[in-house]
Design a binder for this molecule. Sequence first.
Ligand SMILES: [Mn+2]
Length: 285
Amino acid sequence: MPVLETLGVAACLGGPAPACGDGAEMLREEWDHNASRQNLLQLHWQILHPEQNDSKETQLCKLNDAISSFTEYWIKQHKPFLVIGGDHSCALGTWSGVLNALPLEKRLGLIWLDAHMDAHTFETTPSGNIHGMPLSALLGKADGKLRHLLPTIKAIQPENLILLGTRSFEPAEHELLKHADVTIVFAEQIHDFEHLLVQAVEKLNHSCDLIGLSIDLDFIRPEDAPGVETPVAGGIPAQTLLNALSQIKQQPKICGLEISEFNPDNDIEHRTLHLMKSIVETFYG
Ligand SMILES: [Mn+2]
């Protein structure tokens, strides 16, 4: 059985729902519960906890540093990885680590499946929640306070970032992404998601050396994934996402998968927990 390097981030420092920090442990238990019976792959877990005594910003800073050390190491070892949040601010660490592992001339492409744009800065955010800011930082467009939370000085080139399924955003973050000329496919523009995802991977395959996939579970329609921090009506059916993932999993440049924003308090009959497991098995199994 293949073994997958897996990092759990037991924190919700970037969002408002504390239960979001339980996602990794719950997925690990779910996996162990099925051990050797029907699992398609084995997860090799590391779980990170924030240091409680620091300020929130310092905790996040240290946590993202630690996350990035893991992903940097795995990329250098040519090992594909899985990161389970926590809220989506874990992306600051996950993809910084990949950027840090890459030689200067190499490019990372990132596909961002999310109902939201996550491209605020501290200057534009209405909520102050850092899970709404990772993309501005990863594009090198952070303000000073946000830049401090990003463990890299490198950035993703805007042409190598693709947002799919967007349907809830504020004008300021849209402006930032538009100005950078990032590709955004809004939820209402999506008719054939499987084809769209395959196309996105093909595009990045031409321009990039590695390709990462970051899934915010609120990308999926709330009927199929109710257990998220910030549900938004609309979205892609879970089965459509799984079908699409099974079509891109063979792409050799894909280096990592991140799943974020699971909130067990909002889940119904463990639907979202089981879906997280199916996503991992479909993508890496
Ligand atoms: Mn997000």
